[in-house]
Design a protein around this ligand. Structure first.
Ligand code: NDP
Length: 285
């Protein structure tokens, strides 16, 4: 039996339409136009595509964007100065520094310098700490988007075994907390995990956030499981594939996200959500 394909594009489109209406309301009733600044350092091809998509999605939703580009050899201090200026700019409610940054720029210091109230990526330690404490915060867009997807499907997570493959700050760790708050029993796997397959086979909800193409094979999936594939890997022929072997997994899972068209569009929709929330909060709404 073939799994239900989770259509991230459609779910994200609905979310963006709701946000557009909300942004129009903010403009008309409160005179606020949410503003997002995107900082891109260097010429990385994938980053340029991501940044272009983010600007386009903002524009369609009525969110103002500012495009800040620095040369690949920009110094740490130059990037820091851009962040400081954006922190002080009242028209900018959200700041996103596109990763990865060149080696001469200290990524951690730059992310830590972003005003936590404008940290729409949710990467600042203050926001990560608030999430850990179970308090309101900006939550990283990808795991937040995954939760919205699961919610839209109407899946009750209470008591479910959730397994996350990957423990990064931007996906794996926040994903684990969000699933924990929905009363899952959570296991986090990583490169040192013994018998990854055995853990995965136990998962009612499996989130693959691992930067390796098709690493999760069909025999690692519990029949009927919800499989969320966060991975984006470019193959030699230029096509995009996830961390899950989709063709095999679709025969076993209950629901599964495709790549592309699954988690990716949700990440951008959540960036817009966080930017609108930041604009609201700045006006005390
Ligand atoms: P990272 O490289 O930071 O983390 C990858 C994780 O996978 C690490 O925790 C690593 O373990 C684990 N891992 C690597 N190899 C194995 C293995 N053999 N067995 C088990 N675990 C393993 O990646 P990110 O979290 O930033 O991203 C993960 C994927 O998601 C990437 O493909 C990325 O492109 C994609 N992505 C997609 C987004 C979207 O919008 N759809 C947004 C963000 C990311 P360890 O910690 O031990 O090294």
């Amino acid at each position: 039996m073939s799994a239900q394909i989770i259509d991230g594009k459609t779910i994200a489109k609905e979310l963006r339409a709701e946000l557009k209406t909300e942004v129009e309301g903010l403009k008309e009733e409160h005179g606020i136009t949410p503003g997002l600044a995107v900082v891109l350092v260097g010429e990385d091809a994938a980053s340029q595509v991501y940044v272009r998509n983010k600007h386009r999605a903002c524009k369609r939703a009525g969110i103002a964007t500012r495009d800040l580009r620095l040369e690949a050899d920009a110094t740490h201090e130059e990037v820091m100065n851009v962040v400081r200026e954006l922190n002080a700019d009242p028209d900018i409610h959200g700041i996103l520094v596109q990763l990865p940054l060149p080696d001469q720029v200290d990524e951690e210091e730059i992310l830590n310098a972003i005003d936590p109230n404008k940290d729409v990526d949710g990467f600042h330690p203050v926001n990560m700490g608030l999430l850990l404490a179970g308090q309101p915060s900006f939550v990283a867009c990808t795991p937040k988007g995954v939760m919205h997807m699961i919610d839209t499907l109407g899946i009750d997570l209470t008591g479910k075994e959730a397994v996350i493959v990957g423990r990064s700050n931007i996906v794996g760790k926040p994903q684990a907390l969000l699933l924990l708050y929905k009363h899952c029993t959570v296991t986090i796997c990583h490169s040192r995990t013994k018998d990854l397959a055995e853990h995965c086979r136990n998962a009612d909800v499996l989130v693959a956030a691992v930067g390796r193409a098709k690493m999760i094979t069909g025999d690692m999936i519990k029949p009927g499981a919800t499989v969320i594939d966060v991975g984006i890997n470019r193959t030699e022929d230029g096509s995009l594939v996830g961390g899950v072997d989709f063709a095999a997994a679709v025969e076993v899972a209950g629901e599964i996200t495709p790549v592309p068209g699954g988690v990716g569009p949700m990440t951008i929709a959540m960036l817009l959500r966080n930017t609108v929330d930041a604009a609201r909060a700045s006006a005390g709404l």
